[in-house]
Design a protein. Structure first.
Length: 255
């Protein structure tokens, strides 16, 4: 409380001095904190309030159903105390704004100095693997992996690339609904499994399907058998014979 005196400069019009008091309400928003993410649509609000003379009531305001409205009023307010309220967001996954207005016992009203914003996101992100396709044969020890992470609200997710059950690289920034590419070197010949796990700002985590690639950097071997080199044949119909060997032999062509 701040007090001050008002003294009359013209005694003919007033014959006294007057004391006037100004009262202040101190209001601090607690949770959810500004610019934070929540997984549940049921939100626990808290705020602290104090006043130089005492409190009457406080009302929680927000756009929880799409319109800025009073939501919960507390008429049992102790001075210099924390107040709590739980409200379910009618619009589900969305962006919300909240604040609190309090009255003291002289009906002085005040909001917190700034609105707080929070985000509700209960949906898991989706991950669409792009390349390599499943069971693709790769003839290089360096493989480029690509995927698309999709989220309702988050504009940028973090993703882990897992190869053969082990996280190969973590916290790859993946813009929402945009293809992300990452190359990995040092593959040995053989079959390898891979998938991608992504997390949004609300800590919703999802893992893609698992795909396989077959790395084969060894050339096949071919042994010509018939006709034997530098031989003469009496018939114009020739039978050719050869042996071919490879771990992942696909096809052979006679030239």
């Amino acid at each position: 409380m701040i007090s001050f005196n008002m003294k009359c400069l013209y005694p003919a019009f007033c014959a006294c001095s007057k004391s006037q008091s100004i009262f202040f309400t101190f209001l601090t928003l607690g949770s959810p904190l500004n610019d934070t993410w929540q997984q549940s649509a049921s939100i626990d609000f808290s705020y602290n309030v104090s006043d130089t003379i005492g409190m009457s009531e406080c009302t929680l305001y927000g756009d929880f159903n799409g319109t800025w409205l009073a939501n919960v009023t507390n008429t049992s307010v102790l001075n210099n105390s924390q107040l709590n309220a739980t409200v379910t967001m009618s619009d589900g996954n969305n962006t919300y704004i909240w604040n609190v207005e309090c009255n003291d016992t002289l009906n002085n009203k005040a909001y917190a100095s700034n609105n707080f914003t929070f985000f509700v996101d209960s949906k898991l992100p989706e991950i669409e693997l792009q390349n390599p396709i499943d069971i693709e044969n790769v003839s290089s020890t360096t493989v480029n992996f690509s995927w698309i992470a999709v989220d309702d609200l988050d504009i940028s997710l973090t993703c882990n690339l897992t190869i053969d059950g082990v996280v190969n690289v973590s916290d790859i920034e993946s813009s929402n609904n945009t293809q992300t590419n990452y190359s990995v070197s040092g593959f040995e010949d053989g079959t390898h499994n891979w998938n991608v796990t992504c997390k949004d700002n609300a800590s919703n985590i999802n893992t893609s399907l698992t795909r396989s690639i077959i790395v084969d950097t060894t050339n096949p071997t071919v042994a010509l058998l018939l006709p034997v080199n530098n031989t003469v044949n009496q018939s114009n119909t020739i039978t050719f014979s050869y042996n071919s060997s490879d771990t992942n032999l696909d096809s052979c062509m006679l030239y």
